[in-house]
Design a protein around this ligand. Structure first.
Ligand code: PAF
Length: 317
């Protein structure tokens, strides 16, 4: 029977483990999560494990919940999460206490200002400041070579990509594809809040994205037309936004031509606020799904790591 991974609560325990792992000359991979794991998280772990030993962090980060959001009720079940990870190549789980990451006199924040402003940032004040702060803390504690995030949180990925670049963090980021149910519904921990009729309604989010994509596929390049199709698909739901933005800066031009674009939606279904997105490469002749960044795929990162190792070998004669 598969054994659950070892659980560490203290930063010094994680640092000691990572020192030992690094001694074996493998890249150490971090998969940050807030627990309540589902197949999407497990796919991040499987992706990371292709490169090196994986540490999964589980921490429900109070700083990324705006006042009145679901911080208190966010599902927490460490025993279940550990059972799910038991069958996977996970070296350790880091599950810190809140007072460890946010001691009472904690006074430092990390903020990526412009990219955090639109879309979810406009509806969840302080959310991305909370995300960047906690991820910077986790990076500081674990010191991974690689970190894996899900592209379902596309704006989070953009913000973290900019943070690691601006702060010169020596960490490769991988943004893994969104895992969807056969209905199209993107996997999310908050899907747990949905009953069957809610799940039917939640399918509108992916339908809206596909509607926007299909409009682009007719050759239409005006933002209003694409967003109108997305909004129409979401008409039954209370939605926060349905937008087409340019990547990687989230600009919002009236017309797109040859570009990589993000179709992004956020809507409320029952008590759940759900988000979803599609990243598309738009050219004159076609509209196809694409990664958020060509340099943040498993293939690109593993090629760079391999090249780095070759350099190292050459340097050491
Ligand atoms: O994507 C998430 O689950 C969270 O935002 C993260 C990255 C673990 C930070 O708390």
């Amino acid at each position: 029977m598969a054994h659950p991974p070892v659980v560490l609560h203290e930063p010094r325990e994680v640092r000691a483990l990572v020192r030992r792992l690094r001694g074996k000359d493998q890249p150490v991979v971090l998969v940050p999560t807030m627990g309540s794991l589902h197949e999407g998280h497990l796919s991040l772990v499987r992706t990371g494990a292709k490169l090196g030993p994986v540490v999964v962090s589980i921490f429900v980060n109070p700083a990324q919940f705006a006042p009145g959001e679901d911080f208190e009720s966010y599902p927490r079940d460490l025993a279940r999460d550990l059972d799910l990870l038991a069958g996977l190549p996970v070296t350790a789980v880091f599950a810190p206490e809140q007072r460890t990451l946010y001691p009472e006199d904690s006074d430092t924040w990390v903020e990526v200002e412009r990219l955090s402003a639109p879309l979810c940032g406009a509806h969840r004040p302080g959310h991305f400041r909370g995300v960047t702060t906690v991820v910077a803390k986790l990076f500081g504690i674990v010191g991974p070579d690689v970190a894996v995030f899900g592209q379902k949180d596309a704006q989070q990925c953009l913000v973290l990509h900019r943070m690691t670049r601006d702060l010169e963090m020596p960490i490769e980021l991988i943004f893994a594809p969104t895992v969807r149910e056969p209905s199209g519904l993107a996997l999310s921990s908050r899907n747990r809040y949905l009953d069957e009729p809610d799940r039917q309604r939640a399918m509108r989010l992916s339908e809206a994205l596909f509607a926007g994509r299909d409009v682009l596929r007719t050759g239409e390049r005006r933002r209003d037309a694409v967003e109108a199709a997305m909004r129409e698909a979401l008409a039954d739901l209370a939605f926060d936004y349905a937008e087409m933005r340019l990547l990687p800066d989230l600009a919002h031009p009236q017309v797109v031509s040859e570009a990589r674009v993000l179709l992004a939606v956020a809507a409320h279904v029952s008590t759940a606020r759900l988000i979803d997105n599609l990243c598309l490469q738009v050219t004159a002749g076609e509209v196809r799904e694409a990664p958020l960044f060509d340099d943040a795929t498993l293939e690109a990162v593993s090629a760079r790591l391999a090249a780095g190792r070759v350099d190292e070998k050459e340097n050491h004669g």
